[in-house]
Every structure is written in structure tokens, then in C-alpha cells.
Write a protein that binds this ligand. Structure first.
Ligand code: HEC
Length: 135
């Protein structure tokens, strides 16, 4: 009986729109990010042309927070990385909704601040899935 209930619960979980995003939808939404972010591979080829205000997002999923060498991050994101935090698709989706609120919560520090002056209400999971395709 227990197993049956567990199976039913898992089936329900699988049926709800999953947390995993839709990379194709994310590609379209990424136009909002290009003002500040490019996606440039290790050889220096621009896979997606964009601004340089924010860090290169190639390989960001799985990367240490604030961990791209040579980019001048804000203190809080560096602190998040120093504490051992790595970007997952889920965390990127959460970050995009409100970067400063995300860092305040993560660091349990009300004075924490994000240098990224942009908030995305919807579609974070889709963008995160899109970013995960650049590894
Ligand atoms: C107005 C410019 C701007 C826009 C628009 C913007 N960003 Fe950013 N982003 C930044 C800056 C600046 C940082 C560095 C933040 C810090 O140091 O606190 C950053 C950091 C990030 C990081 C953390 C990267 C790392 O190496 O730790 C991710 C992920 C990210 N942005 C994703 C996005 C996505 C996805 C979008 C579009 C939905 C977006 N950003 C839109 C400026 C921007």
C-alpha cells in the first residue's frame, strides 16, 4: 500500500509541469539578457553576441557563483561562491526573479547586494535550460 501511494505521488509529480525549463522558449527570452551578457566559448567565439556589462554566460550552469576569472563581480556574489555555491538551473531561475533578494537569502545577510540591475518575472527556468545547453 505504501509503495502504491508513493508510486501515485511520483506519477503526479511527473504530470505537473516540471521545473525543468524549455530551452527553445529560453532562447527567445535570452534577448532580454543580451544587453549585458554574451555567450562566448573557450576559443573566444561569440556563440551569442551581447554586452560585456555582465559576465560571459558560457558554461554558467555548474560554475561557481561569481567564479568567472577576470570579471569584476560584486562582493556578495563572490561571497556566495567562496561559501561553495555553484549555479544550478534551479538557482539561476530563482536568482533571475530578484538577484538581490536571492543573495540576501542565500547569504543570510540583509546587506547583501547584486550588481545585476535586472529582474525577470517569468521564464527563468526556460532561460536556465537554454543556458545549460552551452557547456
Ligand atoms: C543590465 C545588465 C544586465 C542584464 C539585462 C542581465 N544581467 Fe545578468 N548580470 C549582470 C551583472 C552586472 C552581473 C554580475 C552580478 C554581480 O556581480 O553581483 C550579472 C550576473 C549574472 C549571473 C551570475 C553569473 C556568474 O558568473 O556568477 C547570471 C546567471 C546572470 N547574470 C544571468 C542573466 C540572465 C539569464 C539575464 C536575462 C534574463 C540577465 N542576466 C540579464 C548584468 C545584467
Amino acid at each position: 500500500m505504501k509503495t502504491l501511494m508513493l508510486t501515485a505521488a511520483l506519477a503526479m509529480l511527473a504530470a505537473t509541469p516540471s521545473l525543468a525549463g524549455d530551452a527553445a522558449a529560453g532562447e527567445k527570452l535570452f534577448s532580454k539578457c543580451k544587453a549585458c551578457h554574451a555567450i562566448t566559448d573557450a576559443s573566444g567565439a561569440d556563440l551569442v553576441k551581447g554586452g560585456k556589462v555582465g559576465p560571459n554566460l558560457f558554461g554558467v550552469v555548474g560554475r561557481t557563483m561569481g567564479g568567472l576569472e577576470g570579471y569584476a563581480y560584486g562582493e556578495s556574489l563572490v561571497a556566495a561562491g567562496a561559501a561553495g555555491n555553484t549555479w544550478t538551473e534551479e538557482l539561476i531561475a530563482e536568482y533571475l526573479v530578484d538577484p538581490t533578494a536571492f543573495l540576501k537569502k542565500l547569504l543570510a545577510d540583509d546587506a547583501a547586494k547584486a550588481k545585476m540591475a535586472f529582474k525577470l518575472k517569468d521564464g527563468g527556468a526556460d532561460i536556465a535550460a537554454y543556458l545549460a545547453t552551452f557547456q
